[in-house]
Write a protein that binds this ligand. Sequence first.
Ligand code: 76R
Length: 271
Amino acid sequence: SPAPIVAAEGWHVLHLFYKVEQGAWSLLSPEEQFAARTRLSDLLAEIRGTEGAQVLTFAMVSPKADLGFMLLCADLHTANFFEKRLTNALGPDVLSPTYSFLSMTERSEYTTSEAEYAESLVKEENLPAGTPEHEAKLVAFRERMTKYMKDRLYPVLPPWPVMCFYPMNKRRGTTGQNWYALPFEERKKLMGGHAKVGRTWHGKILQLITGSTGLDDWEWGVTLLAHDPINIKGIVYEMRFDEVSAQFAEFGDFFIGLQLPLEEIFQRVQL
Ligand code: 76R
């Protein structure tokens, strides 16, 4: 088998949405249908038993799609192989892809660095370098950032029931608004405002931003998990007033899925 394609940093992520073709499914005998469901559930068990692989399963709420998977893999070969098998596990023509998105987990270039944090301790909190308070806060900062980087690059996503996915770009106008023409310091300041709004949703929204520049048709995939869809609606609405989104964000299609065990999804989508 080929050498693994493991990124220097981060995992490969595939969002996969399918329509269930009831016509093709109805042509299968009950025995064939049972065998098909078993193939898919065995495959999910295999993915979950694979080191460096993770899969989430969704019943999609509107007829944009019926069934959804979010597949995260360290090795791009593994992601590719599992994706083909997920698509075909129920038999020929049963699942037809309606939307897919390839991206990678990534760290942000705007995250506060240790040096910046140390400077803010001196300037904003009046804690000179070398003092015990300053040092203690730096140690706590390092711990926080280590956990935070791990969550961003190698997330273990919780079984929160409501999932929202949408792709987005930052505007690249040829005359006027162009995110990529702004100096770093300005982008960093704007993203600081974004993060401040984002943090007020802590505990209600779990967000995973995955980068897709050069990998798919949009620049990022936004995956939000929630317990209550009102918080999805709330954060996306509030973000629209935040300067970064108000000035620069462009969005693709939105998908809402319910994270459920496969057995429940089979019933839900009438497989
Ligand atoms: O360093 C960090 O990761 C924390 C600060 C942070 C960054 C850098 C952060 C926090 N985000 C960052 C980056 Mn975000 N985010 C979105 C959307 O609908 C919209 O208007 C936009 C879609 C939401 C809802 C959201 C939520 N974020 C990014 C980027 C990459 C930008 C780049 O590199 O140019 C995008 C595209 C993006 C989009 N963001 C948060 C949230 C939430 C809830 C937080 C707080 C997370 C927490 O601290 O718990």
